[in-house]
Write a protein that binds this ligand. Structure first.
Ligand code: SF4
Length: 386
């Protein structure tokens, strides 16, 4: 039996196999029943995930999906719990001051996401506190791209779409033994992944099917050592049959990550206050608080060049000590930061007004990115003022 697969949205041809799988455009599509049976027994219990028989909460699903971009479930768990305790619903998050949101986000990285998260909460709260329930509606919101819209639509609203994250990409590459290297092959792999729910059972349980794919990728079809003997799709998986699963997906050689250079100044007063500045809104760590310093550049800094940017004021004669270098790896470059430290009796008002703020022990928590925390920790461990 063959039918045109308009229901998949890809114009594919299907044939149902006796064993439960499908043939799509000539390749075998694995059985949703096998995957869902496995998921019903082995699903992960996660704080944002509905238990069997419960409805998923769109706020929790959205929050978790934004946090999970670029990081792991283990890293996200404590942040998710803290956010939920501080902002139990989207209205509470929308009403919170941005600095409070940034402070709770500090350490998760990619701070533009936190600002978009806050902006998105405000848009949703302003329209009655309900998230749109379609992919198209979700895509209108700040910070929500194609993957996140599909994930929320499938998990929270039962829309029959396949969200394609790194796990689903890897599973798909192996199921069909796709050997074209990433990143060029990414779009073609995603198109193939979106056919995985061609089976009626997958489309009847879109939320479970999407999360089953995530769990399969995270727990069985892992990057280095896929546990194919435990996989519910081992019979239909082309890479398993060919013995090449662990070699997929292939990747084109990465270009060498460039190095950039920065200088930051750790300046304290005798009462333990720390001089901080707010970084420009645009650019990396935009809008976050940090140590003063010049714009990062492509060449190392000499001491003389660095000192030309040190915080200063008339009659202030800070004695600067170079305490070492911090290395921080961003997605597109590695940053090497020279850290200088100085202690002054007190900060002149003119300096504070020019630079930003002085943070004192006991003040409200300030959201500091990991890079700045590393610089502070290096300066403190140098004990130059002991
Ligand atoms: S059989 Fe192996 S490679 Fe294929 S989907 Fe399952 S775990 Fe991944």
């Amino acid at each position: 039996m063959a039918r045109r697969g308009g229901s998949t949205g890809v114009g594919a041809f299907f044939r149902l196999l006796a064993g439960g799988g499908f043939v799509i455009n000539g390749s075998v599509l694995p059985s949703a029943a096998d995957l869902l049976r496995w998921y019903d027994r082995h699903r992960r219990i996660l704080p944002w995930r509905a238990l069997p028989g419960q409805s998923a909460d769109a706020y929790r699903v959205w929050l978790s999906e934004i946090m999970l971009q670029q990081t792991t479930v283990t890293a996200v768990m404590p942040y998710f719990e803290r956010f939920l305790a501080a902002f139990p619903d989207v209205g509470a998050l929308a009403r919170a001051p941005q600095d409070r949101v940034m402070a709770l986000w500090a350490g998760l990285g990619y701070y533009a996401r936190a600002r978009n998260l806050h902006a998105c909460a405000q848009v949703v709260a302003a329209s009655g506190g309900r998230f749109p329930d379609t992919v198209e509606g979700l895509l209108e919101l700040p910070g929500i791209g194609a993957y996140t819209a599909a994930a929320i639509a499938a998990i929270a609203f039962g829309r029959p779409v396949v969200p394609v994250d790194g796990n689903v990409e890897r599973v798909t590459t192996r199921l069909f033994a796709l050997t074209d290297p990433l990143p060029a092959a990414r779009k073609a792999i995603a198109r193939r992944a979106m056919t995985l729910n061609g089976d009626a059972l997958a489309r009847a349980r879109p939320s479970d099917f999407a999360q089953a794919l995530f769990d399969l990728g995270a727990g069985i079809c892992t990057p280095r050592t896929p546990a194919c003997v435990l996989c519910p799709w081992r019979e239909t998986c082309a890479a398993n049959r060919q013995g090449i699963a662990a070699t997929l997906p292939r990747r084109a050689a990465k270009p060498v990550r460039p190095v950039r250079y920065g200088v930051h100044f750790y300046m304290v007063d005798s009462a333990g206050g720390l001089l901080l500045v707010r970084r420009p809104e645009k650019g990396l760590l935009g809008g976050m608080m940090g140590l003063p310093g010049p714009v990062w550049r492509d060449a190392p800094w000499s001491d003389t060049e660095a000192m030309a940017h040190a915080p200063t004021a008339s009659r202030l004669r800070p004695q600067w000590h170079k305490v070492g270098q911090v290395k921080h790896v961003f997605t597109h470059f590695t940053l090497l930061v020279d850290v200088y430290a100085a202690c002054v009796q007190s900060f002149p008002n003119s300096l504070v007004a020019a630079e930003g703020m002085v943070h004192r022990t006991g003040d409200d928590e300030v959201a500091l990115p990991s890079l700045m925390r590393k610089c502070i920790s290096l300066a403190q461990s140098a004990h130059v003022f002991d």
